[in-house]
Design a protein around this ligand. Structure first.
Ligand SMILES: [Fe+2]
Length: 135
């Protein structure tokens, strides 16, 4: 069973962002599956690396819109992104150094962070995006 099930609650009604969020959900689910299937470090490492890279480019896209639209909560939103990237990069480095294994706590952290970030912080910029014709 998937760790995160995509549902309408996760949709923010901005197509481009929803598509990227779905891809992030898929990536977290693949990491969870790889962990449960006992996949090799090489495979799990690759999934983590792709996930971190994709997350960075996704945040960048949101932040470019924030700048373009002069979104009022951009600083606090960007701060959440930066803190997450810092944690995700640490996770990646620790995993590659062999000092941690990916367990259920890590998966729970990724799931809760993403779901919470989408449903609380991302939902706040929807009105601003819609006003700027990003729908
Ligand atoms: Fe965000």
């Amino acid at each position: 069973m998937s760790l995160i099930k995509w549902s309408n609650d996760l949709s923010i009604n901005v197509q481009e962002i929803d598509d990227q969020h779905q891809k992030l959900v898929d990536m977290i689910n693949s990491l969870h599956k790889a962990m449960n299937d006992g996949q090799s470090q090489q495979i799990i490492g690759k999934i983590i690396k792709n996930m971190v890279e994709y997350t960075e480019s996704h945040f960048q896209l949101e932040e470019n819109y924030f700048e373009q639209f002069n979104y009022d909560l951009r600083d606090e939103h960007k701060k959440e992104h930066d803190q997450f990237i810092e944690k995700a990069q640490k996770l990646q480095n620790d995993y590659f150094e062999g000092s941690i294994r990916i367990g259920i706590e890590t998966m729970q952290f990724l799931k809760e962070w993403l779901v919470d970030h989408i449903m609380v912080s991302d939902k706040k910029f929807v009105q601003c995006f819609h006003e700027n014709d990003i729908v």
